[in-house]
Design a protein around this ligand. Sequence first.
Ligand code: SF4
Length: 428
Amino acid sequence: MRRVADAICAFCGCVCDDIDLAVEDNHIVEVKNACALGKAWFLSHHDGNRPACTIRGQPTSVEEGIDRAAQILTDARYPLVYGLSDTTCEAQRRAVAIADWIGGTVDTTTSVCHGPSGMAFQSVGEVTATLGEIRHRADLVIYWGGNPAESHPRHFTRYTLMPQGLFVPRGRKDRTCVVIDVRKTKSAKAADIFLPIKPRKDFEALWTLRALAKGLVLDAAGVEAETGVSLAAWQDLMARMKRARFGVLFFGMGLTMTRGKHLNSEALLALARDMNDFTRFVCKPVRGHGNVTGADNVLSWRTGYPFGVNLSRGYPRFNPGEYTATDILSRREADAALVISADPMANFCQPAREHLASIPYIALDPQDTATMRQAAVAFTPAPYGISAPGTVYRMDDVPLPLRPALQSPYPSDFEILSRLEDRIRQLI
Ligand code: SF4
């Protein structure tokens, strides 16, 4: 038996880098320190029992698959490259290069989760900090529209509430946790204060706090009617925010994907900025997929924009709604696609799924998904983090090198996309 210390779990955006693995006969047999989701992720990968490549469901060589994929993408007039949140930054970089060579559109799963925040960052900016800084300093932790206790089980225990920090030495006792949400989730039950706001009223609630930060006088009945929470409760929260030595606002899809979308994110970012007139206050989106933050970073440094980028004119254009994958597919515009580590056939709307099924597309995924089963060309890559190396970004934009524990008979996403890019360059 071999032990791998400090392995990285890339299942969710927490990207825990303290996982201890036991490996026997090229299988992970024991996982220590991970949560239940992370354990399942490490133990569910079994390499070697699927073909490395299929064309229309028939097993073939990777070489033939790359040749066919390059033909499909170079023949297309409006190709789409989509996914990218569960692969390495090195592979993401190759995917953006492919989109550039074929004059396509590149979009990531950010467009269906924190896309509105990506837009808000461009207009308001982000007062930010690493999770390490938050762990050591934050004495007021606010979660807005998210349920990390279930979606990111170690967020509380590793970064925000439980650990002892340099300036919060008593751990949980030195911190106040506030959850603002439309329902009493498991996270809300773990909080000191829960504010149940009315559904679809996040913007009004955030604007109430912004007004209170500026000392404006508000009508109590109006505030409660709009937000579902009494003015006294908002005043109490604002007093705590001003008193805090270091406050943090974490926000999830309950904020970004409800009425108001990017305006909600903008309001929250602006509130965090406002609070710095009184104390140190930061904000952070809680990101889902293991390397969705890497996808945002790679697209931003390669094109200037974090998702939904069209490259057909030889320069990048950013327009969510026009260049985002669900919209392109629902309008039946794309005539070919390259889908990397995403499952749009399982989670896109019906018109988008129907159109994707009607065009030739290439898929890469270590898992046997609905998208893989209907692909014209399907590649099974080595799972990143488990048997493929590379770089991932934690949700706080800190890059971490993966420490794969296993050998894989499959090439990595990076290797497949590198060879695909080379073949495309020969054809164009
Ligand atoms: S919290 Fe996320 S990254 Fe950490 S062990 Fe659990 S699933 Fe993995």
